[in-house]
Write a protein that binds this ligand. Structure first.
Ligand code: CA
Ligand code: CA
Ligand code: CA
Length: 191
């Protein structure tokens, strides 16, 4: 058999036998399909493992620091690597907008599901619902309704405070509705 054909067949069978193998163009290089196919310190680029100078590899492109990046290099973001949360950040200039963010009453589509201020998202505990800034919305809480398992905005207390409080006490009588990016003001005697 012709020696050139032998060499060709050797490399051809090598690359079929496993996903990692010598590159036909340069036997010193290893072919690859993904970073996992390469040794530590190497990354898969154009199907070949290339050495990455420490600190010079792709950095997590996350300008607003919410953990979600933009563009193909977002796969190096820690959240993508450790929790498999690799979706693209729909707004990389706003740390309160990212896939799965708790929906706040702020006029923005925080969770990027296509609907602005849809507070009533599914939940298993209050941790799944947005925290409310008490300086902006005193007396308002978003809690997980234990029956419906839906986030629900309510007054933080059911008790009326102060001598002039009405009777019956109206605190927490109905869920608070977010409208135009804001909750209705909670009366002082309910805060
Ligand atoms: Ca981001
Ligand atoms: Ca939303
Ligand atoms: Ca919102």
């Amino acid at each position: 058999m012709n020696s050139k054909i032998s060499i060709f067949l050797f490399f051809a069978f090598s690359s079929i036998a496993c996903s990692v193998g010598f590159s036909i163009d340069d036997p010193q290089k290893f072919s690859c399909n993904a970073n996992e196919d390469c040794e530590s310190g190497y990354e898969c680029k154009s199907d070949v493992c290339e050495f990455v100078i420490p600190g010079k590899g792709p950095q997590c492109p996350d300008a607003d620091g919410d953990g979600f990046g933009v563009g193909p290099d977002r796969v190096v973001c820690p959240l993508c690597k450790t929790e498999n949360k690799c979706e693209e950040d729909p707004d990389d200039a706003d740390e309160f907008i990212y896939p799965g963010a708790p929906e706040e009453c702020d006029g923005k589509d925080n969770d990027s599901d296509g609907t602005i201020d849809n507070i009533g998202t599914p939940c298993t505990s209050a941790n799944d619902c947005a925290q409310v800034d008490q300086e902006l919305n005193p007396g308002v809480a978003i809690l997980c309704n234990p029956t419906s398992k839906i986030c629900e905005a309510t007054m933080r207390t059911t008790i009326c405070f102060g001598a002039g409080a009405p009777d019956p006490c109206p605190c927490n009588a109905t869920p608070l509705v977010c409208a135009n990016g804001a909750f209705p003001a909670v009366p002082e005697f309910c805060q």
